[in-house]
Design a protein around this ligand. Sequence first.
Ligand code: CTP
Ligand code: MG
Length: 218
Amino acid sequence: MSQAVALVVAAGRGERLGSHGPKAFVVLAGRPMLEWSLDALRAVPEIEAIVVALPENARTPSGTIGVVGGRERSHSVRNALAVAPPDADAVVVHDAARPLALPEQFAACLAALEDADAAVAAAPVTDTTKEADADGRVLRTLDRRTLWAVQTPQAFRRAALEAALDQPDEVLARATDDASLVEAAGGRVRVVASPRENLKVTTPLDLRVAELLLAQRC
Ligand code: CTP
Ligand code: MG
């Protein structure tokens, strides 16, 4: 893959965090959360442009292309892809809610596209994981050695992502990541080992952990 474009989805409301105002703009170790991801992306040589899906009325960060996000996460990805420069043949999607991602994690996912349609950052699962029914009755214990907790960045051959997103709104709304849409279409998806530190800020606890880890970097 020669040139790549980054799509950063930052249009969520952050309901589980319970912040005033959108989560991507919550201040974390002295800067809006979104800025940490943008810094990491600017340090990746393959990335020629950064598109950010934003909440209504948010200011577009300098040096990026802003677009208003959609109702669900996948709709925001689709909106961002629609305004991405057409020449890039690789696309890397990233959640603004993962401010700890490093430039080398973006580069590693892009490099893994050599023999895949999509490559996703993921950490080996450390907890024993069980499947249970709605009443809490355990159905089975999964083999932890084969399980990965999937993160972003997620890199895609552009054509594969475009095809995966070309579906009705309600199909997209059910997808919690973009790679699952590529899998469903029969695409080749790889995991790229990534540290658990690349956490997603979902709850107030995550925010405290991210704050501690980012403060150590300053
Ligand atoms: N996102 C988005 N557009 C949406 C929903 C989510 O761009 N309609 C983005 C979020 O900004 C975040 C990422 O997708 O960077 C992952 O979503 P999540 O962690 O669920 O964030 P929120 O949707 O903001 O949080 P919550 O679900 O708690 O409201
Ligand atoms: Mg959400």
